[in-house]
Write a protein that binds this ligand. Structure first.
Ligand SMILES: Cc1cc2nc3c(=O)[nH]c(=O)nc-3n(C[C@H](O)[C@H](O)[C@H](O)COP(=O)(O)OP(=O)(O)OC[C@H]3O[C@@H](n4cnc5c(N)ncnc54)[C@H](O)[C@@H]3O)c2cc1C
Length: 383
């Protein structure tokens, strides 16, 4: 039986490992840390469910559906819309097919003229030349500034107007197609399901790679096939290429008394470092113990607690001084920054070694899973 070594137990590595194992390979996954899932993990703090950053799962991602992992996991649907705070007004906008209450605010002039909205619908229907999302939406300036940017900055974890419009179009396509959920018990449960039945060795740091050999902190490993599926920065170092630019994010988790914030929507807007905020346990009650609410806020820069709380006071229209900061997740390498004209489906091998991960595809769970699967398909095709 051919033997494969997979470096990294994130979703790209795990999906690659599962696909190779199904095809008769013996597979060993080498993971530097003491846990699986990479950027998709969950901790439990004082009865609260704390994901590694505000992270949703879109069950309609094609690569996720193929794994069938979500079939055995219960989850809570998020509203297919957002609340946007402008001054003292709160607008509700979203997919009108899911909720007719979105229609009045969607039609409001605040979010652009009818022709701006038609221009956006046309943009969604046809593939355009790859430029920045900001340039691609030049005909819909109010819609971009007042809805799309406030919402999408928190999805791509950087200024959405600067990145490849092909990447953003594909992400919007998945939002339209599916209904994102919070995973009951935390998003790490999906990672555990994806890892079922795999041989994973923890605490092994891969230090260098060759097409059939891996040198690690625990000695050398040989295999017929080696796949690098570490985070993008480590993978670039291992494979001898320039590292992609990475986005930074922080997610702040607050423990607040139940009933202070009752909305189930993601809320965006206002002045300050926060790009989005949501009372997670209003959507997923199991995320907080009885009588408490778990509220998350994401920033794209290193922020101070007072600046975050100030903006949250405006966004939620309540006093936040007494809110207790329960946990904070700082993620220096949240997502790869995809500039226009960067490859969406990159080479499967770098310097002769197989490579998978979200930086090789769409920066998302879908991209990580797909890249792992495609590498596994290619390995078995060439054998
Ligand atoms: C805050 C946040 C929110 C997000 N929200 C969403 C969302 O809502 N929807 C969505 O689709 N995507 C989201 N994403 C993106 C998604 O989490 C990632 O695209 C995906 O998890 C990347 O998986 P990966 O396997 O490519 O890499 P990683 O998850 O980074 O996995 C790499 C693995 O390699 C291991 N490793 C590193 N170095 C070594 C080494 N030397 N030796 C051995 N192992 C090593 C790491 O420990 C890690 O386990 C979010 C990301 C963040 C950070």
């Amino acid at each position: 039986m051919p033997h494969a070594l997979i470096c990294g137990a994130g979703w790209a590595g795990l999906n690659c490992a599962q696909a190779l194992q199904e095809r008769g390979f013996t597979v060993q996954v080498l993971e530097k840390s003491d846990r699986l899932g990479g950027r998709i993990t969950t901790d439990f703090v004082e009865g609260f469910t704390i994901d590694c950053g505000f992270q949703v799962v879109n069950p309609s991602y094609a690569a996720l559906r193929e794994t069938v992992i979500m079939e055995g996991i219960s989850s809570y649907k998020l509203a297919k819309g957002v609340e946007i705070v402008e001054g003292n007004r709160i607008f509700k906008v979203g997919d009108p097919r899911s909720d007719l209450r979105f229609v009045p605010d969607l039609l409001s002039g605040q979010f652009g003229s009818i022709s701006e909205k038609i221009a956006f619908l046309k943009y969604l229907r046809r593939a355009t030349e790859d430029k920045t999302f900001g340039e691609a939406l030049a005909d819909s300036p109010k819609l971009l500034a007042n809805i799309l940017k406030p919402f999408l900055d928190g999805v791509v974890l950087t200024d959405v107007t600067l990145i490849s419009n092909r990447v953003v179009r594909e992400l919007i396509h998945w939002f339209i197609k599916g209904n994102p959920v919070l995973v009951d018990g935390g998003v790490g449960r999906a990672s555990e399901a994806l890892a079922a039945g795999l041989d994973i060795e923890f605490g092994i740091e891969v230090q260098s790679v060759l097409p059939r050999k891996v040198i690690t902190s625990n000695g050398d490993f040989e295999a017929d096939e080696v796949v690098v599926a570490t985070d993008p920065v480590t993978a670039s170092q291992l494979l001898g290429v320039e590292a992609p630019k990475m986005n930074y994010s922080e997610t702040w988790y607050f423990d607040i008394p139940e009933g202070e914030v009752t909305s189930k929507f993601l809320r965006v807007g206002g002045q300050g470092p926060v790009v989005n905020t949501i009372a997670l346990s209003n959507v997923a009650p199991s995320f907080a113990p009885g009588g408490r609410t778990l509220l998350a806020a994401t920033t794209l820069t290193a922020a101070s607690e007072s600046s975050v709380k100030n903006q949250l006071a405006h966004l939620w229209q309540v006093a936040t001084v007494d809110w207790r900061l329960l946990a904070k997740r700082e993620i220096p390498y949240s997502l790869p920054f995809k500039a226009p004209r960067s490859e969406l489906a990159s080479d499967l091998k770098i310097n002769g070694v197989w490579c998978a991960g979200d930086w090789r595809n769409l920066p998302s769970q879908q991209g990580a899973l797909l890249s792992g699967k495609v590498v596994a398909n290619s390995i078995s095709f060439y054998r």
